[in-house]
Ligand binder design. Structure first.
Ligand SMILES: *Cc1c(COP(=O)(O)O)cnc(C)c1O
Length: 339
């Protein structure tokens, strides 16, 4: 039985054309800078983001880690969302490797960090405090694309306070497609951006970090230290190039499928679907906590996988087709009726 896997957009598997590109990749030793496919991927990514340089890294987690370490010194801090991946879901890496302290702040409902609240957290020049150096935003955040004018305000704010601005853009292409803008219309506001090739874009492995040449040189040293200097990794870079060239525009289908899914689910009694929060490829469903394990199991028996902690989360992606949507809605109806 084919499973309809809505747990995350990380579950995509490379198709034949992507595998063919990987098979044919020209490779060399990337620690010597001699892998032509990695060099091509980095050049393409830097061009798309309109930044001086790019670095291919194994994971988004490492991309964020290198960014924080390249921006901040020991005893400095970065401000990030309480639920931000780079604070909550990266095992405290910046503190462990860099002695860099996080300062979390609650996200607003739409994924912004309120700049007034950020201002209140910036530490005065006083020996008692860590030195505030960096603000990290996330886009998309919980599936919501950050408004462009907010990102512009955040960039002006960071400049005013002499802070750097990093974007955890694991799904920034979902935001760009949603807002019908080029990637560079978003990346222009940031000193650095990390984004995943391995989520909606469908690569098996890999993320990209972009920024100024000098920033990427510092990140490159940290990548080596973190054990991320890879060798004939053009095989994976080839998948990344394929993803950037072929899988960006089609993200709109994922967004459409998510919307249709949410519309179908919101008619089911006992489920609470926040329709207005479905902005890109994620649908969040609330329901009585004690009934969730039974629901998840019943869906699994019907060939559908979903995830969530507290709230159920359904993520559409490359390997979900429009015809899956009514199948999922029907399975939910059946599962909820049986609770
Ligand atoms: C997935 C994700 C990352 C990076 O994840 P990896 O699994 O390390 O590639 C970073 N930030 C956000 C918001 C993510 O969703």
């Amino acid at each position: 039985m084919r499973m309809i896997d809505l747990r995350s957009d990380t579950v995509t598997k490379p198709g034949d054309a992507m595998r063919q590109a990987m098979l044919e990749a020209e490779v060399g030793d990337d620690v010597y800078g001699e892998d032509p496919t990695v060099n091509r991927l980095q050049k393409l990514a830097a061009e798309m983001a309109d930044k001086e340089a790019a670095l291919f890294v194994p994971t988004g987690t490492q991309g964020n880690l290198l960014a924080i370490l390249a921006h901040c010194q020991r005893g400095e801090e970065y401000i990030a969302g309480q639920q931000a991946h780079c604070y909550r879901y990266e095992a405290g890496g910046a503190a462990v490797f860099g002695g860099v302290q996080p300062q979390p702040i609650e996200f607003e409902d739409d994924g912004r960090l309120d700049l007034t609240k950020v201002a209140a957290m910036i530490k005065p020049d006083d020996d008692h405090f860590a030195i505030t150096r960096l603000i990290c935003l996330e886009n998309t955040q919980g599936g919501k694309a950050l408004p462009l004018d907010y990102q512009s305000d955040a960039a002006a704010f960071a400049r005013e306070y002499g802070l750097r601005l990093h974007l955890d853009g694991a799904r920034v292409f979902n935001a760009a497609v949603r807002q019908q803008v080029q990637l560079s219309e978003i990346t222009r506001y940031y000193d650095s951006i990390s984004f995943c090739l391995s989520k909606g874009l469908g690569s098996p492995v890999g993320s990209i970090l972009v920024g100024s040449r000098e920033f990427i040189e510092r990140a490159h040293r940290w990548r080596k230290m973190a054990g991320g200097g890879m060798r004939q990794v053009g095989i994976l870079a080839a998948a990344g190039i394929y993803a950037l060239k072929h899988n960006v525009v089609r993200l709109a289908e994922d967004h459409q499928n998510a919307r249709r899914l949410a519309k179908g689910l919101c008619n089911i009694e006992g489920l609470d679907v926040e329709l207005d929060k479905v902005d890109t490829n994620m649908v969040f469903v609330s329901m009585a906590l004690e009934k969730q394990p039974q629901l998840v199991n019943s869906l699994k028996e019907q060939g559908i996988l979903i995830g969530g902690y507290g709230q159920l989360r359904l993520v559409t992606h490359h390997d979900i087709v429009a015809d899956d949507v009514p199948v999922v809605v029907e399975a939910f109806e059946k599962a909820v009726a049986g609770l």
